[in-house]
Design a binder for this molecule. Structure first.
Ligand SMILES: O=C(O)c1cccc(C(=O)CC[C@H]2O[C@@H](n3cnc4c(=O)[nH]cnc43)[C@H](O)[C@@H]2O)c1
Length: 262
């Protein structure tokens, strides 16, 4: 499939394309390093600040989509819409980057793949505790990536499988960490974009995967203890192992449409 001309050369993608959304450029570049080659920058229509970084023979578009679920959703939706209008839609969206891990289940430097991408603070406080937005009669708080893809991604990368929470406020106390784990006993990690990316993907009927590398424990704030370099290295290594899985999974008609994000 011909995607575009670049410096007089046609960039082609041999198969289905994957959009990879990180929060910040350092995470995007960690993913790009897994492909070894220089990324081609492709403008994103209507967005002056960010470009797509195209790698892997044009199969992967990497996007630093911004910090937090709202900006990540807006940027991801823009990229999905632009690709659809161009006639080159994505077959899969991957939300990735660093994350806080719930000790002891997700240690520093480990990888986590989400079998549930969960909005942890979307709802209402009541005298009886937190109510998720679904109990108020609205929307959804979980997106479930396709089971077969989660299974294969975990097998290839060695990632632990569990819930990855999306929060708008980074947890900064032991009390809040315990509260989140009490509400979400299967939570392994928290980050700030997955649910927003998944909402955008769902609006386009595109499946989503979330892979995170743990840079810090979820708990009392200690920014000096974040091991961002180690986590970014784990992300590069993990993505190198993940890419063949993504290529196989998106190329074959093995995935059950019922598994897709609604
Ligand atoms: O300062 C740097 O060099 C640097 C390099 C890469 C990434 C960063 C970030 O600050 C990324 C912010 C991003 O990380 C996720 N994150 C990481 N730990 C947590 C956490 O404990 N709770 C919630 N989110 C976390 C999150 O997705 C942020 O958007 C800096």
């Amino acid at each position: 499939m011909v995607l575009q001309a670049h410096e007089g050369r046609l960039i082609t993608a041999p198969g289905p394309r994957v959009l990879v959304a990180t929060a910040v450029p350092a995470e995007r570049d960690a993913v790009a390093r897994a492909f070894g080659t220089r990324a081609h920058e492709v403008p994103l229509p209507g967005v002056s600040t960010e470009t797509l970084h195209r790698v892997g023979d044009g199969r992967y578009d990497l996007l630093a989509a911004g910090v937090g679920p709202a900006l990540a959703a807006a940027s991801t939706a823009t990229a999905l819409t632009a690709a659809a209008l161009h006639g080159t839609p994505y077959a899969l969206v991957v939300s990735t980057g660093i994350a806080g891990g719930f000790p002891p289940d997700a240690p520093l430097g480990s990888l986590v793949v989400a079998d549930a991408v969960t909005a942890a603070d979307l709802g209402a406080e009541t005298p009886d505790g937190f109510l998720p937005v679904t109990e108020l009669g609205f929307g959804t708080v979980h997106h479930r990536p396709p089971e077969s893809l989660v299974r294969e991604a975990a097998a290839a990368t060695g990632a632990r499988v569990g819930t990855v929470l999306t929060v708008s406020t980074v947890t900064g106390s032991a009390e809040r960490a315990a509260e989140l784990r009490a509400r979400h006993p299967r939570a392994l990690a928290e980050a700030m974009e997955g649910f927003g990316v998944a909402e955008a993907a769902a609006a386009h009927g595109t499946p989503v995967l979330e892979l995170r590398a743990v840079s810090n424990p979820v708990g009392p704030r200690d920014r000096a203890a974040w091991r961002i370099g180690n986590a970014l290295a784990a992300l590069t290594e993990g993505f190198g192992k993940l890419a063949p899985v993504l290529e196989s999974w998106t190329s074959h008609d093995r995935h059950d449409p019922a598994e897709r994000t609604p």
